[in-house]
Design a protein around this ligand. Structure first.
Ligand SMILES: Nc1ncnc2c1ncn2[C@@H]1O[C@H](COP(=O)(O)OP(=O)(O)OP(=O)(O)O)[C@@H](O)[C@H]1O
Ligand SMILES: [Mg+2]
Length: 247
């Protein structure tokens, strides 16, 4: 992403944003509410036309998986059918797609739940079905916008752990928007901080030197974690305080 500016009705919300997601790397974007994080993700998939600047993924749309805050499962289809949907849409025969779907459900600890309709699954299970749906498409890049915000701490930790193991194994690149600074650092190779909008900018970049494979919980006890967290927290607080003073 190079020098990206996004504006609504002539008002720039995000200005001059440049960032790179390396092949197979995990990148998080944090910043105050309204700083343009969701707008930036939409620009990556062409749902948002930037005022200026460029986004280059080198990927076909089908190679980009998207997981937004609200899971988009179809209520009238079972978990298995939901996961198989994208595969059959891409031309896979139904039987094979359903078998693939079962394999992905099992990988996400949902074996035996394939026949359930979404309303009969817990929030965490639904989130994992949505994750299976995206992963089954074998994306090269995943865009995620606060996908786990509605989950309780334990379920969230489990889903995130599954996700990390899978993206590491499949070498999927990730761009994650999160408000959780610990989550950003514990999962990522790079974290970018957006300043308070309007006219938000990317003001900081943090290189996260924690080892891989990564345990998203245990990595928080690594000696490199606390100093990075303190820096990120201080930088974000400064952004929010400055804006509060200006107001
Ligand atoms: N379709 C739209 N039309 C006009 N303004 C918009 C539109 N979408 C977003 N905005 C504005 O652009 C700014 C950035 O919105 P965006 O949703 O990208 O922020 P965000 O960083 O994702 O915030 P949050 O953390 O609250 O999700 C906000 O001030 C928002 O009100
Ligand atoms: Mg948002």
């Amino acid at each position: 992403m190079h020098d990206l500016t996004i504006s609504y009705g002539g008002e720039p919300v995000l200005e001059g944003a440049s960032l790179a997601v390396g092949d197979g790397s995990f990148v998080s974007l944090v910043g105050p509410s309204g700083s343009g994080k969701s707008s930036l993700l939409r620009a990556v998939i062409g749902l948002q036309r930037p005022l200026s600047g460029t986004v280059e993924t080198g990927l076909a749309p089908s190679q980009i998986g998207i997981l937004f805050q609200d899971d988009a499962l179809l209520p009238w289809k079972t978990a298995r059918e939901n996961v198989a949907l994208g595969l059959t849409f891409n031309g896979m025969v139904r039987g094979k797609a359903l078998a693939e779907a079962d394999a992905w459900l099992a990988r996400l600890d949902l074996a035996g739940l394939g026949d359930r309709f979404p309303r009969r699954l817990s929030g965490g299970q639904r989130k994992r079905v949505a994750l299976a749906q995206v992963l089954a498409m074998r994306p090269k890049l995943m865009l995620m916008d606060e996908p786990f915000a509605s989950l309780d701490a334990i379920v969230r930790a489990r889903v995130v752990k599954d996700l990390v193991a899978l993206v590491e194994r499949e070498k999927i690149s990730v761009l994650l928007v999160t408000h959780d600074l610990e989550e950003a650092l514990s999962l990522s190779d790079d974290v970018y901080l957006l300043s308070q909008g309007p006219r938000a900018r990317i003001t900081e970049h943090y290189d996260v030197p924690l080892p891989r494979p990564r345990d998203p919980v245990l990595s928080r006890t690594h000696p490199a974690f606390a100093p990075l967290y303190e820096r990120l927290w201080a930088d974000l607080s400064r952004e929010v305080d400055q804006r509060a003073e200006a107001a």
